[in-house]
Design a protein around this ligand. Structure first.
Ligand code: DMJ
Length: 948
C-alpha cells in the first residue's frame, strides 16, 4: 500500500478541484515539523545519524538488488536461500502467489523508480536499457490483472515518469524516447480484454498472449474477484490515458469503480471482500480495510488527488465515515459484516491493514492513525515483524511475514505529518530487524514463521519497489533526493506518478455527482479536504500524547470480549456467558443457555450438541447473546484444534559461511527430546548408512556425537530415531524423499510415533522437506563440515558465533536479540497444560444445519486425546499438522478484570467508539437475526478457509 508523495491531507478546508495546492501544504508542514524545537518525547535525530541510516538503507538495497541482478535476472524474482531465479513452471506452484509472475523480469521493472529515489541514476539508466532489451510482455502465461497492473504497468509508468524528469534535467536519459511508455501502452492493451464483462469489473486473471476465454488462454471461467482487484486500477490506467491520449484505459477503470460504488451495501456504505463479476452479488460479505479491499479505498482518495475529480473524494468520504463508524475500534481495525456492521466478522487482523494509518494521514485524520500505528509497532516489537495475521489479543494467527512494506509506509507518512523523531526510531528498528532476521547471504528472505525466525525462499518484488523507498525517504532530507517528491503521488506499489497529469488530456467524461452521496457531517471535515497543518497545530508533543495511553496495549492485552464483561459489571448486569467459560455440568450455565435459546442434546456417542433456536430465546437481547455465544464456540473450536498441534521447529545452519543466517522450517516429532522445553541441540551433521535409517547403522563412527541425516520412507520415524540413537547420534533430521517437496508448497507435519511406547527415544528429531534438506546436503558437498542447531526458534546469531572466527560484518549485523521472548517458566507450562485440559473438554465441531433457523454445534466431551491417538495409529508416519498455529500463552485475565486499574477516561472512550461495548444496548429484531443466521454460518466457515 502506498500514498500520495507529499500529500498530507488535501490542502485547504474547501473541496479541491486541482490538487496542486497539496504540494505546497505538504511541504510547508514538513518544514514546520522538521524545525520544531523538542522539549520532551523522543530525542531528535541529528542529520549525521539520519544520513547514516539512509546509507544503511542504500547498502541493504544494493544487497537485495545486486543479488537479484547477479543470481536471478531475468527471472521474475530472486530465491534468496537457494540463490537463483524463480521461474514460473520450474518451481513447485505456490497457487495464487505465483500469478504475479509473468516471465517479464518483475523485480527489475518493480525496482525502476526506486533506483531514482535512491539516487542511483546510473543504475536506473542501465536498468531501463535492460527492460527495453530483454522484457517480453507477450508470454503465454496467466497472470493476475491486479498484480500486473500495480507492479508491471505501475513500474513502467513510474520508470517513464522519472525518465522524462531526468531527461528534462539534461544530464541522464538523453537518449530516451518514451520507450517505457510504449511498453506500458502495449501492456495496457493486453489487460483490456479482462474487462469484457457485463458489469465492467475485470476478470481476475488474463493470459498475456491469448487474452481471455479462448481455449489457449486457460482462463476466463472465473466468476469472482476481490474488491481491491477490481478497484485498484484507476491511477495506472488514468495515467496511461493521460500520458498517451488514449482515453480507453481511464474509461474502463472508471467503469469498474462506478460499478463497485453502485454495489456498496446501501445501509452500511461498506463493501465486501469478493464480488461476482457477472451478477455484482457480494460473494464474501465481510468487510475491513485489509486483505481484499485495502487499495480500493486507497485509490478512491488518491484518484481524487491525481485527477481532481470530486466524485472520488465524495465516495471515499462516504466509505471512510462507515469505516470509522464500524470497523475502527482504536487502536484496532476489525472486520465486520456489511449488512450487520455492528457484528465483528473475525477476531484477528491481517498485516495488509498496516497501510491504513498512512491513508489516514492523507485524509488528515491523524489521531486514529497514530493509535493504530502504535498498536502495530508493539506487535512488531513482540515478534520482530508483523505476522501475516494476529488476533485482537495480539497472538500470532498466521505466522508468515513476506517482508511487507505497509508498516514502513505508514511510518514514513506519520513522520512527515508529525515530525516526531519517534518515527525515525521506529524506522531504525525496522532496519535492524531486517538485517538481523531476514538478511541472508544472497538477499533478504521472507519469514516463514516469525515465532521461530525461519525463512522462506522468497523475496517479493514489492520489497524493492516499496520497502527501500519508504525507508530511504524516511531518513532523507529534501536535498538528498534529486527531484521534488512532493510533485508525485505514490501508487499502491509505491510507483511515482506526476501530479501534473491532473491537468493533461482530461477527455474522459466524469460522473455527474449531485445527490447520490450520503450526507456527511461537515464538522468532521467530511466534505472538505483538511490540511493536517490545521488539524495538528504545530505541537511537537501531540503524537506522543496520543501514543502514551497505548504504551502497553499489546503486553497488557485482554482477550477480546472482556471489555463487554467489564461493562456489564459496571452497569450491575450479569456478564454474558463466554464460550470458553462454559461447562456442560454447571446448572447455572445450562440455565443461561436456555435463556439464550440454546439447547443441549446429548448424542449417543457421548458427544454433546448445541442447537440455537433464536425464537426460543427469552428476549431479543438474549437471542443476540446466544448468537454470539455460538459464534464464539465455533471460533474456540477451530482455535483449540490448532492449539493441540505442535508448533514448527527450526534448523539453523551455524557453520561457515552461513553463521546462523539460514534458518529452515522443520516439522517436530511427537517423540524424543522436546525442543521447546530443553536447550537447543547443536552438532555437525552426518549422513547415516543406510540412508533410510531403517536398520542398524553400518557407519556408527561417522554419526557418533553428530546429528544424523536420514531419508524419509520405508519404515516408521520412531524406528529411524532408535537406529541412529543406538549408533550414538545426538539428534536426527529426516529429509523427505519426495524430490522437490518444500514447506513453501506443502503443509508441514509432525512425525508421529509408531503406536508403541516411545519414551526410550531421548534425542530430538526434526523433519525437513526435500528442498530444505537439500540446502544442508549441498552445504556438505561444498563445505564438508556443516554444523546445525536444532531448536524451537532461531537463536541469536551473536550467541551462536561466540568464540568463533568470523568476519566482522557478520557480527556487526547481528546484535543481541533484545526482543526475544523468554522461555516460559515451569509454572507457565503447567498453567498451559491445565488450560488445555479444560479446553479439550469443550472442543466443538460445526455440523450441518438441520433447518435454516437453527445452528448446530456438537461438543466432544473428551475427544482430543483420543483423536490424537487415533490419528497417530491410523497413519503413524504421516500425521498432518497444518497450519502450525500459535502456542503462546494467552494474556493475563486477572489484569483485565481489575477494573480499578482501568483509567476511567479510557473506558469512556472505548464505550463511545467500540460497538462491542454498547452491544447490550443494541436491540436487533429476532426476524433479522433469523434471516441472517445462514449467512453467519457461511461467513464463519469461509473465514476458516480464508487466505490473504
Ligand atoms: C503490494 O504489492 C501492494 O502494496 C498491494 O497493494 C498489497 N500489498 C503488497 C505488499 O504487501
Amino acid at each position: 500500500m502506498s500514498e500520495a508523495g507529499g500529500a498530507l491531507g488535501c490542502g485547504s478546508p474547501v473541496p479541491q478541484r486541482a490538487p496542486w495546492n497539496l504540494v505546497a501544504a505538504a511541504t510547508a508542514l514538513y518544514l514546520v515539523s522538521a524545525t520544531s524545537v523538542w522539549t520532551a518525547g523522543a530525542t531528535p535525530m541529528n542529520r549525521e545519524e539520519k544520513q547514516k541510516l539512509g546509507n544503511q538503507v542504500l547498502e541493504m538495497f544494493d544487497h537485495a538488488y545486486g543479488n537479484y541482478m547477479e543470481h536471478a535476472y531475468p527471472a521474475d524474482e530472486l530465491m534468496p536461500l537457494t540463490c537463483r531465479g524463480r521461474v514460473r513452471g520450474q518451481e513447485p506452484s505456490r497457487g495464487d502467489v505465483d500469478d504475479a509472475l509473468g516471465k517479464f523480469s518483475l523485480t527489475l521493472i518493480d525496482s525502476l523508480d526506486t533506483l531514482v529515489v535512491l539516487n542511483k541514476t546510473k543504475e536506473f539508466e542501465d536498468a531501463v536499457r535492460k527492460v527495453l532489451r530483454d522484457v517480453n510482455l507477450d508470454n503465454d502465461v496467466v497472470v493476475s490483472v491486479f498484480e500486473t497492473n500495480i507492479r508491471v504497468l505501475g513500474g513502467l509508468l513510474g520508470g517513464h515518469s522519472l525518465a522524462i524528469m531526468l531527461k528534462e534535467k539534461g544530464e541522464y536519459m538523453q537518449w530516451y524516447k518514451d520507450e517505457l511508455l510504449q511498453m506500458a501502452k502495449q501492456l495496457g492493451y493486453k489487460l483490456l480484454p479482462a474487462f469484457n464483462t457485463t458489469s465492467g469489473l475485470p476478470y481476475p486473471r488474463i493470459n498475456l498472449k491469448f487474452g481471455i476465454r479462448k481455449p489457449e488462454a486457460r482462463t476466463g471461467t472465473e466468476t469472482d474477484t476481490c474488491t481491491a482487484c477490481a478497484g485498484t486500477l484507476i491511477l495506472e490506467f488514468a495515467a496511461l490515458s493521460r500520458f498517451t491520449g488514449a482515453t480507453i484505459f481511464e474509461e474502463y477503470a472508471r467503469k469498474a469503480l462506478d460499478f463497485l460504488w453502485e454495489k456498496r451495501q446501501r445501509s452500511s456504505n461498506l463493501v465486501g471482500v469478493t464480488i461476482n463479476i457477472h451478477t455484482g452479488d457480494w460473494v464474501r460479505k465481510d468487510s475491513g480495510v485489509g486483505a481484499g479491499i485495502d487499495s480500493y479505498y486507497e485509490y478512491l482518495l488518491k484518484a481524487y488527488v491525481l485527477l481532481g475529480d470530486d466524485s472520488f473524494l465524495e465516495r471515499f468520504n462516504t466509505h471512510y465515515d462507515a469505516i470509522m463508524r464500524y470497523i475502527s475500534q482504536p487502536p484496532l481495525l476489525l472486520d465486520v459484516h456489511i449488512h450487520k456492521p455492528m457484528l465483528n466478522a473475525r477476531t484477528w487482523m491481517d498485516a495488509l491493514l498496516a497501510f491504513f494509518p498512512g491513508l489516514q494521514v492523507l485524509k488528515g485524520d491523524i489521531r486514529p492513525a497514530i493509535e493504530t500505528h502504535e498498536m502495530l509497532y508493539q506487535v512488531i516489537k513482540k515478534h520482530n515483524f508483523l505476522p501475516e495475521a494476529f488476533t485482537t489479543d495480539f497472538r500470532v494467527h498466521w505466522a508468515q511475514h513476506p517482508l511487507r512494506p505497509e508498516f514502513a509506509e505508514s511510518t514514513y507518512f506519520l513522520y512527515k505529518a508529525t515530525g516526531d523523531p519517534y518515527y525515525l526510531e521506529v524506522g531504525k528498528t525496522l532496519i535492524e530487524n531486517l538485517n538481523k532476521y531476514a538478511r541472508v547471504p544472497c538477499g533478504f528472505a521472507a519469514m516463514k514463521d516469525v515465532r521461530t525466525g525461519s525463512h522462506e525462499d522468497r523475496m517479493d518484488s514489492f520489497f524493492l519497489a516499496e520497502m527501500f523507498k519508504y525507508l530511504y525517504l524516511l531518513f532523507a532530507d529534501k536535498e538528498d533526493i534529486i527531484f521534488d517528491i512532493e510533485d508525485y503521488i505514490f501508487t499502491t506499489e509505491a510507483h511515482l506518478l506526476p501530479l501534473w497529469l491532473s491537468t493533461t488530456n482530461q477527455r474522459v467524461s466524469k460522473k455527474n455527482t449531485t445527490s447520490e452521496y450520503t450526507e456527511l457531517d461537515d464538522s468532521n471535515f467530511d466534505w472538505t479536504c483538511p490540511n493536517t497543518q490545521i488539524l495538528f497545530p504545530n505541537d511537537p508533543l501531540y503524537a506522543q500524547s496520543i501514543r502514551e495511553p497505548l504504551k502497553n496495549v499489546v503486553d497488557k492485552s485482554c482477550p477480546r470480549g472482556i471489555i463487554r464483561v467489564e461493562e456489564s459489571f459496571r452497569s450491575g448486569a450479569k456478564p454474558p456467558l463466554r464460550a470458553r467459560d462454559f461447562m456442560a455440568t454447571n446448572p447455572e450455565h445450562l440455565e443461561i443457555l436456555k435463556k439464550m435459546g440454546v439447547s443441549l442434546i446429548h448424542l449417543k456417542d457421548g458427544r454433546v450438541q448445541l442447537v440455537q433456536h433464536a425464537i426460543q430465546a427469552a428476549s431479543s437481547i438474549d437471542a443476540e447473546d446466544g448468537l454470539r455465544f455460538m459464534q464464539e464456540m465455533i471460533e474456540l473450536s477451530s482455535q483449540q484444534q490448532k492449539e493441540q498441534q505442535l508448533p514448527p521447529r527450526a534448523v539453523q545452519i551455524v557453520s561457515h559461511p552461513f553463521f546462523g543466517r539460514v534458518v529452515l522450517t522443520a516439522g517436530p516429532a511427537q517423540f524424543g527430546l522436546d525442543l521447546s522445553k530443553h536447550k537447543e541441540t547443536r552438532g555437525f551433521v552426518a549422513s547415516s548408512k543406510p540412508y533410510n535409517g531403517c536398520s542398524e547403522l553400518t557407519n556408527p563412527e561417522a554419526v557418533m556425537g553428530k546429528i544424523a541425516l536420514i531419508q524419509r520412507g520405508q519404515c516408521m520415524f520412531a524406528e529411524k530415531a532408535r537406529n541412529i540413537q543406538n549408533a550414538g547420534a545426538i539428534g536426527g533430521i529426516v529429509i523427505d524423499d519426495n524430490e522437490g517437496s518444500s514447506s513453501d508448497t506443502a503443509p508441514l507435519f509432525q512425525m508421529a510415533g509408531d503406536g508403541k511406547d516411545t519414551d526410550d527415544i531421548k534425542i530430538p528429531m526434526l523433519f525437513l522437506f526435500s528442498k530444505e534438506g537439500s540446502i544442508i546436503l549441498d552445504a556438505i558437498r561444498e563445505y564438508e563440515e556443516v554444523e546445525v542447531l536444532l531448536s524451537d526458534k532461531a537463536k541469536d546469531r551473536a550467541a551462536i558465533l561466540k568464540g568463533k572466527m568470523i568476519p566482522s560484518y557478520i557480527i556487526n549485523s547481528n546484535p543481541e536479540m533484545e526482543n526475544e521472548e523468554q522461555p516460559s517458566s515451569e509454572n507457565d507450562s503447567q498453567n498451559q497444560s491445565a488450560e488445555q485440559i479444560i479446553s479439550i473438554s469443550q472442543a466443538v465441531d460445526l455440523v450441518d444445519q438441520e433447518a435454516p433457523e437453527e445452528s448446530s454445534l456438537s461438543s466432544h466431551s473428551d475427544s482430543s486425546p483420543a483423536d490424537t491417538d487415533n490419528a497417530a495409529s491410523i497413519s503413524p508416519a504421516e500425521q498432518t499438522l497444518n497450519p502450525m498455529e500459535n502456542q503462546e500463552p494467552t494474556s493475563l485475565d486477572g489484569e483485565c478484570t481489575d477494573l480499578d486499574n482501568q483509567p476511567q477516561e479510557q473506558s469512556e472512550t472505548e464505550e463511545d467508539s467500540n460497538p462491542n461495548v454498547s452491544w447490550g444496548k443494541k436491540v436487533q429484531p429476532i426476524d433479522s437475526i433469523l434471516a441472517d443466521w445462514n449467512e453467519d454460518i457461511e461467513a464463519f466457515e469461509m473465514m476458516e478457509k480464508d487466505e490473504l
